[in-house]
Design a protein around this ligand. Sequence first.
Ligand code: FAD
Length: 547
Amino acid sequence: MTDLASPLARSSLTADRRARELAELAGGTVVDLLVVGGGVTGAGVALDAASRGLSVALVEARDLAFGTSRWSSKLVHGGLRYLASGDVRLARESAAEREILIRRTAGHLVHPLPMVLPLTRDVPVGAALLARVGLGFADLLRRGVRTPSSVLPPPRRLSVVETLGMVPGLREEGLRGGLLYWDGQLVDDARLVVAIARTAAAFGARILTRVQVLAVQDSAVQNLVPGGANGTGPTAAMRAGAGPGPVEVEALDTLTGQPCRLRARTVINATGVWAPVLAPEIRLRPSRGTHLVLPAAAFGGTPTALSVPIPGERNRYALVLPQGDGRVYVGLTDVSTDEVVDLPVPDHGEITHLLNVVSGVLATPLDRADVLGSFAGLRPLLDGPGGRTADLSRRHTVHTGANRVITVVGGKLTTYRRMAEDAVDAAVAQANLDAGPCRTSRLPLVGAAPRRALASIPAPRRLVARYGTEAPAVLDLARDDPRLLAPVAAGVDVTGAELVFGVLHEGALDVDDLLDRRTRVGLVPADRAAALDAARSALTHHAVRTG
Ligand SMILES: Cc1cc2nc3c(=O)[nH]c(=O)nc-3n(C[C@H](O)[C@H](O)[C@H](O)COP(=O)(O)OP(=O)(O)OC[C@H]3O[C@@H](n4cnc5c(N)ncnc54)[C@H](O)[C@@H]3O)c2cc1C
């Protein structure tokens, strides 16, 4: 029997919970805050608000992490890149948020990643010097936000022998050594989003996927417009000082096709590149970023990342990012695009460009046949001065529209917590909500624990890195059926137990949720095809348990 008082049960997202909570909302329950969008920003807003004591509902048109949040490079940046563009404030904010994620709130999902910048003929001595100065500044920020060097060691110059020792696949000819530095790496960006959303659910937030917002109507605005929709002027409640009435939201339950009307004291639009649909006054300049998936063997199986200067560009690098599962991601491009599509597709030119840049530093150049898969995401960049999208600022903004909808957009995955805090502050002030102070900088996400405690969890390290303290609960699902501990396909690490956990606790409603977001099997199409039966079987398993 499930113990409803246990932390796992309180944070569990299931099809039953979704149906019950959506019925409550559609039945007229008014929440303090309705969050639109279930990416990292929306999930962060839901957690921030629910942990301040507000009643919260989050509605997501598709699935948690359906949008940009699952297509990132999975880096928790210390802000090196912003230093290069002179934005010290943003760099410091990034370093501070990295410290929070890596040491306080999500130590199971974020780990230190060694990165090497190889000093090849394409890196003149002057450019190498500048890079060292930048790394030195980034390290000062690390110290400023008190991330110890035992977690992220300071940068240092490597000899040729040391460089080749760390990245055996590099070409020796013309190599003068390397620069070694450290940053944060997420085991999986989509798992971060799910962990944030489940932590919010444990505070009572209703997390409702497959609910698309179609329109927002502000009853207070309508009432206030002289001769407006009903021409009645301020409502009696407002004249009596009770504040504006609720915002009405038209939505669609895409599982049943049923329209519904949701009501909230305030609404936050966290829909990333789709933000202008609900807030037309917001101007974005989306840009597509592409990654390739390759076998780790193509880089000598090293756990060290590579930062490869792009020939002819200043301060732009291609990244080679080992994932610890026998795969490496190579990224990333920055291509301006007006097309905001659900599933952006990398183009041929981007793939060739990435292969060429990285091959330039390898002993054995990469071949198109090495590419196991590819993925692309759209950056929700705020329009601003700067010709290329690569030069646009990565800051975020919080904006209140005429319909009282508060939009939070821009920023980075790394800074989601800060974005959420700013947006909830604005919502609390706007609707005069009775909320406590922001607590999220000290609030561990589900599964989080100090590093020493994580190290002693009796479960495989791979599971601990994804599920933290919940890893034993994943293993437990295989107690009666040890076959669930086997990988779901040849050459893939993911087990059947993880898929069942996705159904029972992480709100996965179909095969796509399981293979493309709760796990990332879907990043390699051949693996995805091989794992389909296991995913279908996990969903059936769930039906048996709840039926
Ligand atoms: C290629 C690439 C690499 C990146 N790498 C990094 C990195 O390494 N580190 C880092 O810190 N940042 C990185 N970023 C930036 C980061 O990924 C984004 O800033 C962040 O994920 C944006 O999250 P979001 O929640 O604002 O948007 P999204 O994740 O896009 O979420 C918006 C959600 O809103 C939903 N939605 C839209 N319309 C509606 C509606 N009408 N009703 C209900 N729901 C709706 C969508 O389905 C979607 O799930 C990268 C970005 C890209 C593109």
